[in-house]
Design a protein. Structure first.
Ligand SMILES: NC(=O)c1ccc[n+]([C@@H]2O[C@H](COP(=O)([O-])OP(=O)(O)OC[C@H]3O[C@@H](n4cnc5c(N)ncnc54)[C@H](O)[C@@H]3O)[C@@H](O)[C@H]2O)c1
Length: 393
């Protein structure tokens, strides 16, 4: 195979962008050969845009069995991600799912296990584009180098996802239990939930949370305060919303070796500051004899220039095509490692599911508990049922 022949299922807001980029030749190892959407207007858009060079389907089964594609990108609403991914794997088609991996971990785990046992030769990725951001890569490198020492606490306030009522009132699948399986956690936050668990580098063992709806006519949550513990003893706080104006984006990671802060309300002002102690805090406290003494530190600022941002090093559109380029290279055997493996979607998603479940039950939950997945699924079904008679959207 010279080039990976791609098909895309779901050419709405996001999938149409990937289709246009592949069609424009932005991945030299890929060619767009097919697209699929159940909506007629989207299929018309594709016919106008791509002409007869790209085959347009109305049913993903027909596209997956057409013999026209080696790989598929799944960009439908979230519930269908694991369903379509499973079918593509059965047909030996390399699969790149957009985030989130699914709505609930039970479905995602089943597909991930199928892939591992039955289709180990098929590449199966997740479109975690923010993992390619230079700022988060720098944070991960500082943590992995040991300079921050053991992590004590990780706190993320991400409340700058402002969405007015008009966003939710536009109809469709967004902002409903049946259509998308949650609110800010499942729609806006999957990248942050992934990075939160990826940077902490340890399994979450308990979650206590409040998830509620503030100021919008929707059934799903748009305001969350969650507290968690990690296997390595660290604690975490995750606060998110879609109704705060102005909102905040601030990630603070404290370790025995100092503190790292990533902040900035938009792509251009984002910065990373690492305040490094001269000696690890536990050692300082042992040797210090001064009443109210404090460890000495120096601050290292990692600020990115406008030029770097424009070149696609930060949160810009280049991130998504870079994940697709990585996927094509791995399919062709030119690179070994996927930026995001599908099963890694379970980390952030189980945190998200645990936040919902803790809030619904009014107590702390452990996402590793054997009954957790079934309990979450049952409680989610209750909300879907209630929504049928009590939809306020
Ligand atoms: N990686 C990112 O940064 C990022 C950003 C935005 C959205 N997304 C993800 O992309 C996905 C799609 O979001 P969107 O904003 O493009 O939504 P959208 O509603 O604009 O597009 C979804 C499309 O899927 C089509 N569709 C639905 N069911 C289908 C089926 N069974 N077969 C074929 N087509 C089907 C719809 O007709 C629609 O055109 C979501 O899961 C979302 O989380 C990812």
């Amino acid at each position: 195979m010279d080039k990976v022949r791609y098909g895309i299922v779901g050419i709405g807001k996001q999938g149409s962008g990937y289709a246009s980029k592949l069609f424009a030749g932005m991945d030299k190892n890929a060619v767009l050969t097919a697209v699929c959407d159940t909506a007629e207007d989207r299929r018309e858009w594709a016919k106008q845009k791509f002409g007869d060079k790209v085959k347009v389907f109305d049913d993903y089964e027909k596209m997956l069995t057409s013999g026209l594609i080696d790989a598929v990108i799944v960009d439908t609403p979230h519930y269908a991600h694991p369903v379509i991914a499973k079918r593509a794997l059965e047909l030996n088609i390399h699969t790149l799912s957009d985030k989130p991996a699914g709505v609930y971990t039970k479905a995602v785990r089943e597909v991930a296990e199928y892939a591992e046992k039955e289709r180990p030769q098929i590449k199966f990725g997740l479109l975690y584009n923010q993992r390619t951001s230079k700022i988060y890569k720098a944070a991960k490198a500082i943590i992995d180098s040991g300079e921050l020492g053991n992590i004590k606490r990780i706190v993320w306030i991400i409340t700058n996802w402002y969405r007015p009522q008009a966003y939710y009132s536009q109809g469709g699948w967004r902002g409903t239990w049946a259509g998308e399986g949650g609110g800010v956690l499942i729609n806006q936050d999957p990248h942050q939930l992934d990075l939160f668990t990826w940077l902490a580098g340890s399994k979450i063992t308990s979650v206590n949370a409040i998830a509620k709806t503030v100021g919008r006519k929707i059934n799903v949550e748009n305001d969350v305060t969650a507290m968690c513990t990690f296997e390595n003893g660290a604690t975490g706080v995750f606060i998110t919303s879609t109704h705060d104006a102005p909102g905040t984006n601030r990630l603070e990671i404290s370790g025995e070796g100092g503190k790292m802060v990533i902040s900035g309300s938009n792509d251009f002002s984002m910065k990373l500051e690492f305040t490094k102690l001269e000696m690890l805090e536990p050692e300082f406290s042992k040797v210090n004899k001064v009443f109210m003494g404090k460890p000495k530190s120096k601050t290292i600022k990692v600020k990115f220039t406008l030029g770097e941002i424009i070149k696609g090093l930060l949160i810009d559109k280049g991130q998504h095509i870079n994940v697709i380029r990585n996927f094509s290279s791995v399919v062709l055997g030119k690179e070994d490692k996927l930026i995001g493996k599908y099963e890694e979607g379970l980390n952030g998603l189980s945190f998200s599911n645990a936040i919902h479940l803790s809030s619904w039950l009014g107590k702390a939950v452990n996402p590793n508990d054997k009954k957790f997945e079934d309990m979450y699924y049952a409680e989610l079904q209750k909300r879907i049922e209630e929504e049928k008679t009590n939809s306020i959207k």
